[in-house]
Write a protein that binds this ligand. Structure first.
Ligand code: NAD
Length: 255
């Protein structure tokens, strides 16, 4: 353990499981206090309890990031329980399949709402406090799907592309006011709920080899790979980094 996030209080949406929980684990190891905010409030509470048992300061809250009042109330409770927020990780996201000509408009709306509107609403809720303190770091979750087009993932690619450019826009507004805003753009992380959904049931060696051929590094990511990048962006080591779309994808978007 080192102290890269000592003194920081970080809220993580979608923090109850998957990559969000890996970010929480990495953040507390670096000295941060964390608030886990998730649609699954029970799981957020249990995940925070597990962190407390290891001696860390953590609290869990239930909220849907698409509900403006709900996410604002959860972030407010988080600030009161754990301390004034210095960091926000907009990790909550959902994926789905469908090319434009066959996509379900309701599924499109939900994917845009959770990923894009959720990032907007949670950021909107924490920014007044961060700006007043002139201290903050926001890390948004893009994806390789926000950088290149992925067949049959119209809504998800549109949503992640929007997040990448919203990140740049927010950096333009807030970097001079003490708040840095960056995005991570992960490649496939197979072990999470979403990773399993994306890879589906075809685990044949041929399919696996075809998928891995897109990854020069020769493997998919794990949640800890992504968490390390998020910790860096949250930390003062990234003091001159704002508006970045940080690829954490084993070279997938380099080829
Ligand atoms: P996951 O499905 O395993 O976990 C997502 C968490 O977000 C869950 O705990 C879920 O309950 C929560 N959540 C979902 N909708 C929510 C809502 N409306 N409000 C609050 N919480 C909500 O997903 P993951 O693989 O850990 O992905 C985390 C982030 O990383 C997402 O933004 C995802 O798009 C991105 N990402 C994932 C991969 C991958 O391959 N897994 C690749 C690139 C980017």
């Amino acid at each position: 353990m080192s102290d890269r996030l000592k003194g920081q209080v970080i809220a993580i949406t979608g923090g109850a499981a998957g990559i969000g929980l890996a970010v929480a684990n990495a953040a507390v190891r670096e000295g941060a206090k964390v608030a886990l905010i998730d649609l699954d409030g029970d799981l957020a509470g249990r995940s925070a309890g597990a962190l407390r048992k290891q001696g860390h300061e953590a609290a869990g809250f239930g909220a849907d990031v698409t509900n403006a009042a709900g996410i604002a109330a959860a972030l407010d409770s988080a600030g009161q329980a754990v301390g004034p927020l210095s960091g926000l990780v907009n990790n909550a996201g959902i994926a789905g399949f469908g090319s434009v000509h066959e996509a379900d408009p309701k599924a499109w709306d939900r994917i845009m709402a959770v990923n894009v509107t959720g990032t907007f609403l949670a950021s909107k809720a924490v920014l007044p406090g961060m700006l007043a303190r002139r201290k903050g770091s926001i890390v948004n979750f893009g994806s390789v799907a926000g950088v290149v087009g992925i067949p049959t993932m119209a809504a998800y690619c549109a949503a992640k592309g929007a997040i990448v450019n919203l990140t740049r826009q927010m950096a333009a507004d807030y970097s001079g006011k003490g708040v840095r805003v960056n995005a991570v753009c992960p490649g496939t992380v197979a072990s999470t709920g979403m990773g399993q959904q994306l890879l589906g049931s075809d685990t044949s060696p041929e399919t696996q080899a075809r998928r891995l051929a897109k990854y020069p590094i020769g493997r998919f990511g794990n949640p800890e790979d992504i968490a390390e990048a998020v910790v860096f962006l949250l930390s003062d080591q990234a003091a001159f980094v704002s508006g970045a779309a940080f690829a954490v994808d084993g070279g997938m978007t380099a080829i």
